[in-house]
Each structure stands twice: as C-alpha cells, then as structure tokens.
Design a protein around this ligand. Sequence first.
Ligand SMILES: [Zn+2]
Length: 92
Amino acid sequence: MAENLLGPTCQSCGIPLMRADDFGREANFVIKVDYCRYCYDKGKFHEPDITFDQMVEKVAKFMMSRREMPIDNAKAQAKALLSQLKRWQGQR
Ligand SMILES: [Zn+2]
C-alpha cells in the first residue's frame, strides 16, 4: 500500500480526491471511491485502453502545466506516483 499518499487519491491518475464531486460514479450513481470522475464515470473508465506509459505522459503534462518543471523531471515524478496506484499494478 502507498502509505505516503495523504488522503484518498485516484487509483488511476493520482490526483487527490477532496470533494464528493471529484469521485467517479458507478452507473447507478454510487460513488466509486477508488477513482476520480475524469478517469471513471457512469460505471466505466473514460479511456479503458490507456497504457501505463500513456498515463505517465498525460499526468506529466498536467504537472508541467501547474508547476514549471522540465519534462524529464515531470515524467519521473509521474511514473513514481502512478506505479503505486491500483490500476497499474501488474502492468509494469
Ligand atoms: Zn483519475
């Protein structure tokens, strides 16, 4: 388990889940506690076929848009973060 992550985080992209609105939902509107609504909504993943590397790329770009950092740095951080998440276990 990822003990160093504070509070619930999306187990797909690693963003912190702070408000009820941030969580994904099942088709019957029950909250899916493991995932954010950008990754998972109405009972399914938005991008069911996305690979670990593609998600690293995506999260790295998101990190760069929020903080100025070199792409290699952002990718290394994204990789470290995502490799702890449930969705990517067994995919590395
Ligand atoms: Zn997510």
